[in-house]
Design a protein around this ligand. Sequence first.
Ligand code: CU
Length: 73
Amino acid sequence: MEVETITKETIKVEGMSCGHCEMRVKKAVEAVEGVRKAEVNLQKKQVVIEYEEGKENLEKVKAAIREAGYEPV
Ligand SMILES: [Cu+2]
């Protein structure tokens, strides 16, 4: 049986300016395979994600943020 490792990671995101942006980023990130949870903080300009370990997943998350129109740092 395979054991899943859940990792917590903070990604800085540029370009969010209101609650609408916050929701867009949250939806985009949570739609990525392997992501369990995404918490977006507009003031801190960051999103904290819980995802199944693997560098590939993190790259997919960043790609999803870019596709939504924001810039992961
Ligand atoms: Cu906005």
